[in-house]
Design a protein around this ligand. Structure first.
Ligand SMILES: *Cc1c(COP(=O)(O)O)cnc(C)c1O
Length: 348
């Protein structure tokens, strides 16, 4: 049973949402003189659909999930921000994330003045369930789990996540930004079983639409209603809605390509003496532990190849995160790594 009073901030529950002109008149008019828009048609002179009905129908069809469970945010970063804001009272409540994980959670926590508690992952980046559950107190309002996890690339064990859902009496947000690359099934299938579950996804990674800023939040209709009430009224521009719809109707991205290119990249990296370990990945990137990451990074940058230095993150010493590119890009990376290795072997 979903008890909104227990998990939603009182001021959010009682907040009266902004009522836009398009909220107040939903029929078909002949002339629209209610929103102070410029009347001269240029394709963009009208405000966008605040609830993105066409886009949501398209996404729901694509994902095979009911449209009433869907919220669309200006990137999934907006979904994350709203999830924290509906649940956590600034200066009072806390949230729990894993470490290492996506850095944005901590940034959002601090912007919202929420204490962010970190549960360090095990050495193989699996969930340390006892540690995580031990961090919960009566002011813990939301736990954010990222699966597949960024920057480590692994899926969090289903049983362990189930334990969190069963034992915690607050919101559990599972960030599935990379789910479309993985062989795992989405937690969206369990929404009816877990009323406190929110699943965030995005069109930015697999669907190749990062520039449009379309993030998805899946949750019970009651929670979706709260998201809709507090979001900025026109959070998705009409051009983003229109182009996203068109793009999703075209042929879908090639999942097999990423699988093949990733495996290829992993094999080649493992052959390099510079590489200590390539972590298994259910995403479109690999976390690679080098013997000397800063040397590799500096040389890659000199060659114009930009990868993400994750060596400062917990459990990620000497690690670089490498995104799967085109075949040509991946080859350029591997060639450069071979060159660095050759240079090193002749120097020493
Ligand atoms: C990229 C990424 C996001 C952000 O997605 P947007 O929809 O582009 O905001 C969210 N979570 C994780 C783990 C990511 O890696």
């Amino acid at each position: 049973m979903l008890d909104l009073k227990q998990i939603i901030r009182p001021n959010i529950l009682s907040a009266k949402p902004y009522s836009s002109a398009r909220d107040e008149f939903k029929g078909i008019g002949e002339v629209y003189l209610d929103a102070n828009e410029n009347p001269f048609e240029n394709g963009f002179n009208r405000y966008p659909d605040p609830l993105q009905i066409n886009l949501k129908n398209e996404i729901a069809k694509l994902k095979g999930c009911p449209v009433e469970n869907l919220f669309v945010g200006n990137g999934s970063d907006e979904v994350l921000d709203l999830a924290i804001r509906i649940s956590c009272r600034p200066g009072i409540d806390n949230m729990i994330v894993t470490d290492p994980s996506y850095g944005m959670y901590e940034v959002l926590a601090s912007l919202n003045d929420i204490e962010c508690r970190k549960s360090t992952l095990n050495e193989d980046f699996s969930l340390n369930l006892d540690n995580l559950l031990g961090l919960i107190d009566q002011n813990t309002r939301i736990i954010i789990l990222c699966s597949p996890n960024n920057p480590t690339g692994n899926i969090l064990d289903r049983e362990a996540v189930k334990q969190v859902l069963d034992q915690f009496n607050g919101l559990v947000l599972i960030d599935e930004a990379y789910i479309d690359f993985s062989s795992e099934i989405s937690w969206t299938n369990d929404l009816s079983k877990y009323p406190y579950l929110i699943v965030s996804q995005t069109l930015s990674k697999f669907y190749g639409l990062a520039g449009l800023r379309i993030g998805l939040g899946w949750a019970s209709p009651e929670l979706i209603d709260i998201f809709n009430r507090i979001k900025p009224p026109y959070n998705i521009s009409s051009s983003a809605q229109k182009i996203a719809c068109e793009q999703l109707k075209l042929s879908l991205p090639n999942k097999a390509y990423f699988e093949r290119a990733k495996n290829n990249l992993i094999v080649q990296l493992q052959e390099s003496e510079l590489v200590e370990k390539v972590f298994p990945s259910e995403t479109n990137f690999v976390l690679v532990k080098f013997r000397n990451a800063s040397l590799v990074l500096a040389n890659l940058i000199k060659a114009g190849i930009v990868v993400r230095d994750r060596s400062g993150q917990t459990g990620c010493a000497n690690c670089l995160r490498i995104t799967i590119g085109t075949e040509k890009e991946n080859k350029k990376l591997i060639d450069e790594i071979k060159r660095i290795q050759y240079e090193e072997s002749t120097l020493n």
